[in-house]
Design a protein around this ligand. Structure first.
Ligand code: FES
Ligand SMILES: [Fe+2]
Length: 395
């Protein structure tokens, strides 16, 4: 896109030298690396830089493809400051368009639903599901007006194992290169075939990165979740060494990570194709920057995380099961215990995240160091700093 700016060199007007030095300390050996600077979580000027380098560069996640199962299913959304509409086209594929009318830029679509055409409410310019302008009332007398030149701007969209990714770049990196060995490392699970049974949205008064971080570290579990899920989770394995814009690590569980310590009797069947230790454990994966996913023995649960300025994020909790599990005779009874577990953990995490954010806003907040229980948070910090520094930092 035209606003695409890559690398910190071009950003010096808004990003102070001190922040650059602080970010460089996030790259390097584990025994000296620091957590991301508090500025990255709270500063309005920095947030604009982050939008450019993290959200308007490369690929961002927009959730599961089965959110839009049929032709015409659409959602209008704000993606990192850009109004976007995602719609399943007549060709059966998902498409993403700028949700700004080609006439005088009103948002064309609102909310979500099903449509045959996309019609702007202001002056009724009407677009097909392929983004082409089909009708523009009263424009016949406008010399030089060619309908073919006034379609909606289309963004790159990719579907990989049931996840949907969008890029604002005109020529984004190939998605397979971006994701590296993500699909291979998760091939034990039927990721593509998992079916969404619940999606709910909410907002949190914290930076989007902090929300993603807490989902990907075991360090806080005994302290923030002492009576809900702590007994279920064992210490995690060493993190995987991966290629691609993600981090992942697996850990075994006593029972399923999808249920509370006290409701393990509600367990649904183990995913049929899983073998060995994967039948009792969870792989936590963070698709950088904004999708975090837990691959359990029985379910997959994830959060889509979208920034709403530096001090707030809006999120969607998504829960998926294999079709065979959904057809289980006790599914509707037992699945409510899974939802209860995800909601309770969230209710325990959110006040902590908001307290963390209040601390991060202090002018004397400093960078910290990571424990061995936060490897994915460290991996993200390294990736994030690298994206902002545009490859200038020492490796
Ligand atoms: S702004 Fe959409 S038709 Fe005028
Ligand atoms: Fe938590």
């Amino acid at each position: 896109m035209i606003w695409h700016v890559k690398g910190i060199k071009e950003l010096t007007e808004t990003l102070a030298q001190r922040t650059r030095d602080d970010l460089e300390s996030c790259i390097g050996p584990a025994d000296s690396m620091r957590s991301l600077p508090p500025t990255c979580y709270t500063d309005d000027d920095f947030f604009r830089v982050e939008l450019q380098s993290i959200f308007h560069t490369g690929w961002i996640g927009v959730g599961r493809s089965d959110r839009w199962p049929e032709v015409g299913d659409y959602s209008a959304m704000d993606l990192a400051g850009v109004p976007v509409v995602i719609v399943r086209g007549d060709d059966g594929n998902l498409h993403a368009y700028a949700n700004s009318c080609s006439h005088r830029s009103a948002q064309v679509m609102l909310g979500e639903g099903k449509c045959a055409r996309m019609r702007c409410r202001f002056h009724f310019w009407t677009y097909g599901l392929d983004g082409c302008l089909l009708a523009a009332p009263s424009m016949g007398r406008t010399g030089g007006f060619e309908k073919g030149e006034h379609g909606l701007t289309e963004f790159a969209l990719a579907e990989v194992v049931g996840f949907t990714f969008l890029s604002f770049e005109a020529s984004p990196p190939p998605i397979d290169m971006w994701l590296g060995d993500f699909a291979t490392l998760h091939e034990a699970w039927p990721v593509e075939a998992m079916v969404t049974t619940r999606r709910r949205e909410f907002t949190v008064d914290c930076n989007w990165k902090a929300f993603a971080e807490v989902f990907n570290e075991y360090y806080h579990i005994p302290y923030v979740h002492p009576t809900s899920i702590d007994e279920t989770y064992d210490e995690p394995d060493e993190p995987e060494v991966v290629s691609g814009a993600f981090a992942t690590h697996f850990g075994t569980t006593a029972g399923t990570g999808g249920l509370l310590d006290g409701t393990q009797e509600k367990v649904l069947p183990v995913i049929g194709q899983l073998e060995g230790r994967l039948r009792a454990g969870v792989r936590y994966s963070w698709l950088f920057p904004n999708t975090v996913v837990a691959f359990g023995s029985d379910a997959m649960w994830l959060y889509e995380i979208y920034p709403d300025g530096p001090n707030r994020c809006h999120c969607a909790q998504v829960v998926c099961f294999p079709q065979a599990t959904i057809e289980h005779v006790d599914f509707s009874d037992r699945v409510s215990s899974y939802y209860e577990r995800f909601d309770l953990a969230l209710e325990e995490d959110i006040p902590m995240l908001e307290e963390q954010h209040a601390g991060l806003r202090s002018p004397v907040a400093r960078q910290g160091m990571f424990s061995y229980l936060e490897p994915s948070v460290a991996a993200f910090a390294r990736w994030y700093a690298g994206q902002l520094l545009g490859g200038e930092a020492p490796s």
